[in-house]
Design a protein around this ligand. Structure first.
Ligand SMILES: Cc1ncc(COP(=O)(O)O)c(C=O)c1O
Length: 493
């Protein structure tokens, strides 16, 4: 059923032969062996695997296989649950790394998009004013505190963060363009923000921007020292809650001190809210917990309503106007071709309305506190397994004890055969078991392999939390030897 064209897929096809046999048509005009939408939807797992490895990311497949995630084909998703090819319902406590504030396929978001399509609305309106982009920018400015009023629309968190750093640099000028960032920061993988993403893996051997300086996260004195010793630093860029770093927060005194320090030194504070924003922490922006307002911020992930790619950089008006406010500077950074595309804007607009109508931030705060209390109960029950529970709202980190040096003797021979990434790290074994045996999906953490990230949709209920906690309790109750042994057995199966 699925004809294949490429060598990497190890087949020749009818379409290929037609291309050779048809003398009247230039070969590149002959329809290649294209799959249709219906074929894509119906594709069996073995074919997905083959195409993923042939054309997408074979290395990533290795990790999916390691954890057993490669056996799952998602057929549909609704609210808190995925449904796989066998009709199994999987509870989503992963939430697309924080991209699913409204759950999967929220009916109001679907309805808004369907109506928009039926009305033949336009998408790309670069030549004209867009009522949709204008309304979304209005909504974001209305939600954002203080004079965070000027909005740039894009499609990814990296793009929003690039825009944030650039607007700040334009304001400060080239002599104050140096950026201070934090240890374990994640701001994206595009070429610019890669320099302030603190990962040797991601930075690899790429050439980086040199005008950056790193300090420990949450260390006000280190920032003060850096600003005092280097007047070229004009920008401080921080995630309000570090996501990739393992759900790390700084106290209110830090943020208030940072605001005062930046004001005193004429430095701009850029708050990356790509993951912590759009209600995830129980407030729209996580910095609102601390009674301070940054100069520039960025949103993405859940802003797209779980249905589309949408990102925004929001800057104080004074900053934006100095950077791009004149006709001669207006086009220096924006607009982006797909920034403010119609259906993406109305999806975000509907999402923002739902956020308030359905009191999702209140739910994240309240049910998130319940989740935290339940996790703390498990930490008290399994102190040898759980090291820490942290975070707020539905941005929660669960850190397991590090077993790299203390794995029980019984499992050491088995572990010696295993992938380096898994050795000593309980989170992989436990995440794998949660999916395999308990139909629950959780997320891992880039920089700290002992941390599981819990970022369920903001619609999650106490019942959903109970299902998750019961599953986790069952996995932990088996103890380390069983957790590892079950994992090894699953690898053989
Ligand atoms: C805090 C933060 N900033 C930026 C990004 C980059 O976003 P994207 O992957 O959409 O480019 C991410 C993505 O995980 C993030 O968590």
């Amino acid at each position: 059923m699925f004809g294949l064209l490429k060598k990497t897929e190890e087949k020749t096809t009818e379409a290929n032969r037609v291309a050779v046999d048809a003398p009247t048509l230039a070969p590149d005009l002959v329809r290649p062996d294209l799959l249709t939408v219906e074929q894509a939807k119906a594709m069996p797992l073995d074919q997905m695997t083959k195409l993923f490895n042939a054309h997408l990311n074979p290395g990533q497949y290795h990790f999916m296989k390691l954890l057993g995630f490669h056996k799952v084909k998602i057929e549909s998703a609704e609210g808190m649950f995925y449904t796989d090819q066998n009709g199994r319902r999987i509870l989503d406590f992963f939430g697309g790394f924080g991209s699913l504030a409204f759950g999967h396929n929220h009916p109001r978001i679907l309805a808004a998009r369907q109506k928009f399509q039926q009305e033949n609305r336009h998408e790309i309106a670069m030549a004209f004013l867009s009522q949709y982009a204008a309304a979304l920018a209005h909504n974001l400015a209305a939600i954002a505190p203080g004079d965070l009023d000027m909005v740039f629309l894009g499609s990814s968190g990296s793009e929003a963060m690039e825009a944030a750093i650039k607007v700040a640099e334009r304001y400060q000028g080239p002599k104050r363009a140096k950026v201070l960032y934090a240890q374990n920061a994640f701001h994206g993988k595009t070429k610019g923000v890669l320099s302030i993403t603190d990962s040797t893996l991601y930075q690899s051997e790429f050439t980086l921007v040199e005008d950056v300086k790193k300090v420990p996260f949450g260390d006000l004195e280190a920032i003060r020292e850096a600003l005092e010793s280097d007047p070229e630093i004009g920008i401080v860029c921080l995630e309000t809650i570090q996501g990739g770093g393992g759900i790390i927060e700084a106290p209110t005194e830090f943020w208030q001190g940072l605001r005062a320090l930046c004001d005193q030194k004429g430095v701009l504070w850029v708050a990356d809210e790509v993951q912590s924003g759009t209600g995830r922490s129980g407030r729209f922006f996580a910095f609102e917990h601390h009674g301070v307002i940054p100069d520039v911020t960025a949103l993405a992930k859940s802003l797209g309503g779980g249905k589309t790619a949408m990102a925004a950089m929001i800057a104080r008006r004074e900053i934006y106007m100095k950077a791009y406010g004149k006709p001669s500077t207006a086009l220096i950074h924006g607009p982006a071709t797909f920034g403010g595309i119609g259906e993406a804007c109305i999806t975000a607009i509907e999402g923002l309305n739902i956020m308030y109508d359905e009191k999702l931030m209140e739910n994240a705060a309240e049910v998130g506190a319940y989740l935290k209390a339940e996790l703390e109960r498990l930490m008290a029950k399994y102190p040898k397994l759980i090291k820490d529970v942290r975070g707020r709202g539905f941005m929660m980190g669960l850190e397991f004890q590090d077993f790299s040096r203390t794995m029980p003797a019984a499992v050491k021979p088995m572990l010696s055969l295993m992938d380096e990434k898994l050795k000593g790290s309980l989170s992989g074994f436990i995440g794998s078991s949660l999916l395999r045996d308990h139909d629950v999906l959780v997320a891992f953490t880039e920089y700290n392999r002992n941390v599981v990230r819990l970022q369920p949709p903001l619609i999650a209920s106490r019942e959903n939390v109970d299902q998750f906690i019961t599953a986790l309790d069952a996995v932990l109750g088996g103890g380390v030897v069983k957790i590892v042994t079950d994992f090894i057995k699953s690898q053989r199966g």
